[in-house]
Design a protein around this ligand. Sequence first.
Ligand code: FAD
Length: 530
Amino acid sequence: MTQSLYPAGIARGWRVLDGRSSMPSEVFDVIVVGSGAGGATAAEVLATRGLRVLIIEEGGLRDAGDFRNDELKAYAQLYQEGALRTTEDGGISILQGRTVGGSTTVNWTTSFRTPDSTLAHWHDQHALSEATPAHLAPFFERIEKKLGIAPWVAAPNENNAVIQRGCEALGWHWEAMQRNVRGCWNLGYCGTGCPTNAKQSMLVTSIPNALEHGATLLHHTRALRLEWSGTQVSGVVCQPMKTSLDASEGSSKTIRARHIVLSGGAIQSPAVLLRSRVPDPFQTLGKRTYLHPVCMNMAFFDQPIDGFYGAPQSIYSDEFNAIPSTGYGFKIEVAPMQPSIVSALMGSYGSEHTERMRQLPQANLMLALLRDGFASDDPGGTVKLRKNGDPVLNYPLRAALWNTVRTACERMADIQFAAGARTVMPVHALGQPCESPAAFREHLATLPMRIFDMRLSSAHVMGGCRMHPRPEHGVVTPKGRHHQLENLSVFDGSIFPSSIGANPQLSIYAWALKLSEELAETLAPSVSPV
Ligand SMILES: Cc1cc2nc3c(=O)[nH]c(=O)nc-3n(C[C@H](O)[C@H](O)[C@H](O)COP(=O)(O)OP(=O)(O)OC[C@H]3O[C@@H](n4cnc5c(N)ncnc54)[C@H](O)[C@@H]3O)c2cc1C
C-alpha cells in the first residue's frame, strides 16, 4: 500500500490544522476558500510567490492510506451531502467532492482542454477576449506537464471498448482520452480516492507544493461568510465542521487577510457570497449554473465487461457534440460500474433487480453528457439558500433537454448494439431490456420523460459566478475579480459562462493558473513560476 504523504510532510514542518481543535490567529496575505481544482492551483501559485496563504477546506484530510476502494465509506466521507445531493426538485443527482483536494480527489481523471468551439462561443457571446486557444495554450501545456496528462495508452477496459467497437462499426467518431495519472495501477476505483497516489489530483500535487512553500491548510472548517464593508472584504468567518455531516459545531472565528480567493466550486462559491449578502446590484449571483446533465443506457452482453475494474474513462465519442442552434449537443462516455452506485441505476426491484445485478459483470453503462448553456434561451440553474444556509440548486428541466435525452439514448443504444450488446435498457424507472435498436426506440417512445423516472445525474457543476467585463452580466470580471468587492476573487468552476462541452477539470486548472498568476502580480513581486 502506498504511503500517505501528509504525515511525513507534517513531520517535516507542513502546517496543517484541524479546525475542530485549532484555528490560526495571524493575518494572512491571502485566504483561499476550498482546496479543489481552482483553490489548490491558486494556493500553489500564491505561496510559491512568497505570499502567506491560508487554505480553508470544509472537508476532512484523507489521503492514500485512508482510501480502501470502499464505496460505502467513501461517498459518506468524501462527497458533498454524502453523495446524495440533488437539484431542488430532485430531478438531477449531483456528485461533488468535499475533502482536501476537492472533487479532484474523487474524480475519474479524464482530461480535456476547453473545446475550441466553447472558447469561440465565450469570446463572441460572452465578451471574454482572452478565451482563445492561442491565449490559453501555454496554461494548458504547463498543467498537462505538471499533472502527467497524456493519452491513456493501455488497452481500454471492456466498458470503454464498447464505445470504440460500436462507433467503428457505425463509422462514427471515437478517440482515446487523456488522463492525469502517473504509474496508474488500472484499479478503477478513482471515485473513492486513489490508494496508490497515481492520480495527479490536487491532494498529491499542488497542495503539498503550497505547504512546502509555507502555506497553512485548515481542514474540517467551513468558510461560513465573508465580513465586508464598502468595497473591501476584511475576513472570513470560519466554522469547524463535524466529521461527515454538514451541520457545524463549535464557535466560529474570523480570520483576516489582505485578499480572499473564493474557490468552493460551483454551488458552494455562490452560496458563500449569498450568505455574506455581498452587493449584487444586477442579481447575477448564482444564476447561469450548468451541469452537463447526464442520461444513461445500460447494455447487457454475453461476454464479461467488468466495468468496475480499469481506468474508468478512456474512450469517448464527439459524434454528436457540436453546438446546435437549438437544443443540446452531447458527448458520449462511459461511467465506472462499482456495485453500490450502479445498483441504483439498474431499476426495478425484487427478483428482477436481483437478476439485473447478477448480470453486472456483463453490463456496460454508457452516458451522454449534455452541453447546456449554449442556446440563448437556456438560463441554466440558480443557486439559492435553504433556511439553514446550505445551498440548493434550482435547475429547470426544459422540453428541449428532454428531447435531447431521447435522442442521446437512441444514439447510445445504436452504439451498444453495434458493439454486440444482447439487450439495451434506458436508465429509467420503467426501463426494460430491449433486443434490437428498433425495439429500443419503440420502448423509449412509451416512457414518460419526467423527473424521478428518467434518471439524470451530474458530476460537472459550472457557473453561478459568471465572468463578464460588465457588472450587469457577471459576478466577476474576466480576471476573476469581484465586480463590487475589490479584494475578492473567484477562481473555480463557477466563473464559466456556460458548460464546457467536455469534462471540466483541465479548463478549471488552466483558468485558475492564469488568473492566480495575474493576481500574484498585483499582490507580490514574481519569484518563480509554478
Ligand atoms: C465523481 C466525480 C468524477 C469526476 N470526473 C471528472 C473527470 O474525469 N474529468 C474532469 O475533467 N472532471 C471530472 N469531475 C469534475 C471535476 O473534478 C470538477 O469539475 C472540478 O474539480 C471542480 O473544481 P472546483 O475548484 O470548481 O471545485 P472542487 O474541486 O469541487 O473543490 C471545491 C472545494 O471547496 C470546498 N468548499 C466548498 N465550500 C466551502 C466553504 N464554504 N468553506 C470551505 N471549503 C469549502 C469543497 O469541500 C471542495 O473540497 C468529476 C467530479 C466528480 C465529483
